[in-house]
Design a protein around this ligand. Structure first.
Ligand code: COA
Ligand code: MG
Length: 286
């Protein structure tokens, strides 16, 4: 299954050195997992985390997409991470702190043929988002809002006003290149209302889903980023209304007091395809 026909609503980080969490993830309802070798693993634990994670990846993760977040190539661990996972059973390698396409060229040279993902979490990375998103080996972008907020020196506010220019630029870059883009994490993992509000904001902005740090956050993200029954009903009626108008030789249909054109049909078909992808993933992840 290619990345575009998968759902990316809930993308859970799991520290690569935590065997209990690695095991638990086999039955969690997450669309995707980021197995982390970077910030969730202390320097002294890096070699052990590699071995623990390689062993876990030999087992079954159902229909969940698997990404390994390696350390950046300018760290003492990056090259060994890439060598260890270049042939692992995962859908892609996620590179942190990408500031431009050259970092992806370097990773592609060390892991030929692998699909790549990039974290956008530095001011330079955000400003170069278009070139990063257009990289031919790249499938998707992941917002690193904690690192970005640190580098910007901005405040962490409900509604994320200080981050909106960066989130918008990265979204533009992803969509211009036809790539997946997943929102940053919500740190307060025991605050479901705050999480729901931030998921709704990310969905309304256009993100495909949200990165998560705790299993309790999965259901909220899955609900927020899935099309709901009313949206699916409207999509089906829009497709039918335009088909009927075209059959009668009219280019524009009217539905519920609004015009419906071919562009709406395109969006409606995309919505239905997303619902199908979600159903497929849930079926495969049993
Ligand atoms: N993935 C899978 N399982 C997880 C998990 C995760 N990210 N986080 C917690 N769990 C598991 C725990 O192992 C525990 O399992 P158990 O019931 O079988 O023992 C269960 O979920 C409940 O965990 P809980 O006690 O509520 O949380 P905690 O105090 O153990 O851990 C964190 C809290 C934040 C430290 C932990 O969730 C975590 O490490 N998250 C990932 C952080 C990360 O990857 N950061 C880097 C990217 S920002
Ligand atoms: Mg980071």
């Amino acid at each position: 299954m290619d990345h575009a026909s998968r759902p990316w609503r809930s993308v859970l980080y799991i520290p690569g050195a935590n065997p209990r969490a690695l095991e638990k993830a086999r039955s969690l309802d997450a669309d995707a997992i980021i197995f982390d070798l970077e910030d969730a693993v202390a320097p002294a634990e890096k070699p052990a985390a590699r071995a623990t994670l390689l062993q876990a990846l030999g087992g079954d993760y159902g229909g969940r997409a698997r990404l390994v977040r390696v350390n950046a190539l300018d760290t003492p661990w990056g090259a060994d991470d890439v060598a260890a996972f270049a042939g692992a059973a995962v859908e892609g390698l996620l590179l942190p702190k990408v500031t431009g396409p050259a970092a992806l060229d370097a990773l592609a040279a060390q892991a030929p043929g692998r699909r790549l993902w990039a974290m956008l979490e530095t001011p330079a990375g955000v400003l170069n988002a278009a070139a990063i998103a257009a990289h031919p080996a790249l499938d998707g972008l992941v917002m690193g809002t904690n690192d970005l907020a640190k580098d910007l020196g901005c405040r962490s506010l409900p509604g994320r006003a200080p981050l909106l220019p960066a989130l918008g630029l990265c979204l533009l870059a992803a969509r211009a290149a036809g790539k997946i883009i997943v929102d940053g994490v919500y740190n307060a993992f025991r605050d479901p209302e705050g999480l729901a509000a931030e998921c709704a904001q990310g969905r309304d902005l256009g993100f495909d889903g949200k990165t998560l740090i705790h299993p309790d956050q999965i259901a909220t993200a899955n609900a927020a980023f899935a099309p709901d029954a009313a949206e699916l009903d409207l999509a089906r009626r829009q497709i039918a209304a335009v088909a009927e108008a075209q059959a009668e030789g009219r280019g524009v249909a009217v539905l519920d007091g609004r015009i419906v054109e071919t562009l709406h049909v395109e969006a409606a078909r995309r919505l239905l395809a997303r619902a199908e992808a979600i159903a497929r993933r849930a079926g495969a992840a049993a």
